[in-house]
Design a binder for this molecule. Structure first.
Ligand SMILES: NC(=O)c1ccc[n+]([C@@H]2O[C@H](COP(=O)([O-])OP(=O)(O)OC[C@H]3O[C@@H](n4cnc5c(N)ncnc54)[C@H](OP(=O)(O)O)[C@@H]3O)[C@@H](O)[C@H]2O)c1
Length: 273
């Protein structure tokens, strides 16, 4: 695995997303066996970064992440757990309560990275949220803070309110979606030691049939999806968190970090969409 190091912390280039683990918007116990198989496969393959949220499957995703980790006896200190607070819980007391609820569901005593999932409905709520988030870091319940889906102005505001460096901005980023390149967020992150965590990195309709990607994939004896991940991995300050319920895809996604694209391949891919 390759790593990005920011503020003395090394974070794996590829982690495991958990949207659909345990259900989608609501808990779906029927999804538990497949979800636990996916999490165990990921732990077994060597993933150490797991990305979840209080909203995923109404908190059941966090419960299953915690359960899979306990059942596989993975060492807590070797793992990096990200979870997220929902935008409707950004008042001071709500932040503290959400964090306690996430810790209880995960059955952990700290969260490595705690993100504000979506911008607040009113910009002033951010002050209140960071008052509580800073307190959680001081109390050791949260190691690092970050945000998600934040445009540049709000990201800078978060930086000014956080007592510790904003570790990441988690945003959509994949070959055909360069919104956060075009709006200047990626460049700002790269210049200011902030990780850009690319979500939905392999959500494609036509990727396998795209001739250019397919040819590059053949050169590396890889799949087009692995090439889409390798393109993200090649970028400084970018990490990513693909999700899959398919054990083969889970292992392929992890292995994609080892693919070395040539400068020409990287350029071709960058100009593709
Ligand atoms: N912060 C936010 O607002 C936000 C929003 C969205 C997502 N996220 C996070 O980012 C994670 C990833 O995003 P995502 O789940 O939306 O999308 P994604 O990981 O880009 O795509 C998931 C889809 O791709 C398929 N897939 C994965 N690997 C594959 C492979 N190697 N070959 C073929 N198909 C593959 C999966 O199907 P199979 O199961 O069949 O493999 C699944 O249908 C989420 O799980 C979540 O943790 C965050």
């Amino acid at each position: 695995m390759k790593y990005e190091t920011v503020h003395g912390l090394s974070v794996p280039k590829i982690g495991f997303g958990t949207w659909r683990i345990g259900g989608e918007s609501y808990a779906d116990p029927k999804a538990d066996p497949a979800s636990l198989t996916a999490l165990r496969t990921a732990l077994d393959a060597g993933y150490t970064h797991f990305d979840t949220a209080e909203s995923y499957a109404s908190g059941h995703s966090e419960e299953l992440v915690g359960r899979a980790i306990r059942e596989t006896n993975a060492k807590r200190e070797n793992l990096f757990i990200t979870t997220k607070i929902s935008p409707e819980h950004l008042q001071y007391d709500q932040v503290l309560r959400s964090c306690e609820d996430s810790l209880r569901r995960l059955q952990m005593d700290y969260i490595d990275l705690y993100l504000i999932h979506w911008p607040p409905r009113a910009a002033l709520e951010l002050n209140d949220a960071f008052r509580a988030l800073n307190q959680l870091v001081r109390a050791g319940k949260v190691k690092h803070l970050g945000v998600s889906n934040f445009k540049l102005k709000l990201l800078k505001q978060a930086q000014s309110l956080s007592e510790t460096p904003i570790l990441t901005n988690q945003v959509p980023y994949r070959l055909p979606d360069k919104t956060y390149v075009e709006n200047g967020v990626l460049e700002y992150c790269q210049q200011n030691d902030i990780l850009l965590t690319a979500y939905s990195p392999v959500k494609f309709r036509n990727l396998p049939v795209n001739k250019t990607v397919r040819l590059i994939a053949e050169t590396h004896a890889a799949t087009p999806f692995q090439i889409a991940l390798a393109w993200l991995v090649a970028q400084p300050r970018v990490i990513t968190i693909p999700m899959s319920l398919d054990p083969r895809h889970i292992r392929e996604n992890f292995a994609a970090a080892e693919i070395e694209l040539s400068k020409e391949e990287f350029k071709t891919l960058s100009e593709l969409y």
